[in-house]
Design a protein around this ligand. Structure first.
Ligand SMILES: *Cc1c(COP(=O)(O)O)cnc(C)c1O
Length: 392
């Protein structure tokens, strides 16, 4: 695809060609009920805030531990993994996803049939050019986290999308084909639909044979999904990515982590240490550690959000909304008699922010983060008004 150079003459053509991701708005013009970026409506654990205060001391003059060892040990213990070499941590899971795309899905040297960790690099089979571009593309669904195509473009990774069904279901069997790798969000964004572990294990096993990475982005798994965290012990090609931004109420701290075979973790570290050795600062390390350790608090918060989600879904269905089943802290909805763009704007005018995409297949839908019970009551109240008397 040729694209006209636009923007500043100071930009490299790489920079000028980018189509960056657009995050949900964080407006400052008035107070909104913010149901647009899947943040938690509840504060982080008091133990996290305590740990942050303790860490705010004179030691900030010192660099943080570039290996983030203590945090990685805590995470390994939490998920029953053998040790910290199975864990990578990053400045938000978005950063980890960016690193993973670079580490696992770009062009690579042709390898033999032995695992990539062995000494199985077979040379002399791929002709004079040692850099072998896998002809099969990276695969992900057409409706999913819209950062995936952005990362693919950033690293020049050829990718293909597989359409989800009309009701946004993913059929994992469609991904049992030659590919440079597979990326699935489970539960998926922005639909909230969750997949069971059985089919994903089959997917991991299939691509393990071809030594291709299957990346499962479990940003929302704590709200009712089935995690593959422990399956990384069985599948050395499986990378499971989590974030503290959603279920741990720490979107402002910027911490995510990945679980996988030590060879995958080492691949991520190679990218990180070619970019920025200190992606997590001292405060982030301390707060994240406390968050991982306070399981009781976060289990209770997730249970509350799930209860609010179920109650909200019932109320919206009674108003005639179609509600896609959600395993996440948001819901994906549409009303048969109201345009998505119109509902979005009317809600915004009433001080309620939700997310809407002017994108094929989903332009009639709204993605609504689950807030507190009071916030959702206001949201449902507004929806009722808009559905019953549209011209206000
Ligand atoms: C929110 C989200 C992330 C990113 O989370 P950060 O850790 O805040 O960068 C990643 N993947 C999906 C699917 C998300 O919705």
């Amino acid at each position: 695809m040729t694209r006209l150079m636009k923007g500043s003459p100071y930009w490299s053509s790489r920079c000028a060609a980018l189509e960056p991701y657009t995050p949900g708005e964080q407006p400052r013009d008035r107070r909104y009920i913010k149901l647009n970026t899947n943040e938690s409506p509840y504060p982080p654990s008091p133990k996290v805030l305590e740990a942050l205060k303790t860490a705010a001391n004179g030691d900030l003059r010192l660099y943080p531990d570039p290996t983030c060892l203590a945090l990685r040990e805590t995470i390994a213990r939490r998920y029953g993994l053998p040790g910290p070499e199975w864990v990578f941590v990053g400045n938000g899971s978005d950063e980890i996803l960016a690193f993973a795309f670079a580490a696992f899905f770009g062009p690579r040297k042709r390898t033999g049939s032995t695992p990539a960790s062995g000494s199985g690099l077979i040379t002399g089979q791929s002709g004079p050019d040692p850099l072998y571009q896998d002809e099969a593309p990276l695969l992900f669904p057409d409706i999913t986290y819209s950062f995936y195509p952005v990362y693919a473009q950033l690293w020049n990774i050829p990718y293909g999308t597989i359409p989800v069904s009309d009701t946004f279901e993913i059929d994992p069997r469609e991904y049992l084909q030659r590919a440079a790798g597979v990326v699935l969000a489970n539960p998926n964004a922005p639909t909230g639909r969750a997949l069971g572990k059985g089919a994903l294990r089959e997917l991991a096993a299939f691509h393990q044979q071809n030594q291709r990475v299957v990346l499962i982005d479990e940003a929302y798994v704590d709200f009712g999904g089935e995690s593959m965290a422990e399956d990384v012990k069985q599948f050395d090609n499986l990378l499971v990515v989590h974030t503290l931004s959603k279920s741990r109420s720490l979107a402002g701290l910027r911490v995510g982590y990945a679980l996988g075979h030590p060879d995958l973790i080492e691949g991520l570290r190679r990218i990180k240490d070619s970019f920025n050795s200190y992606t997590l600062d001292r405060l982030a390390l301390a707060g994240a550690q406390a968050a991982i350790e306070d399981r009781d608090y976060y289990d209770a918060m997730a249970a509350r959000i799930i209860a609010t989600r179920e109650r909200t879904c019932t109320q919206l269905e009674a108003l005639g909304f179609e509600v896609i089943p959600s395993g996440a802290n948001f819901i994906f909805i549409r009303h048969p008699a109201r345009r998505g763009a119109e509902l979005f704007q009317s809600l915004r005018d009433r001080g309620i922010l939700v997310r809407h995409w002017n994108k094929e297949r989903i332009s009639e839908y709204l993605r609504v983060s689950i807030g507190t019970d009071e916030e959702m009551d206001s949201f449902v109240g507004c929806c009722q008004e808009l559905v019953e008397k549209p011209n206000t």
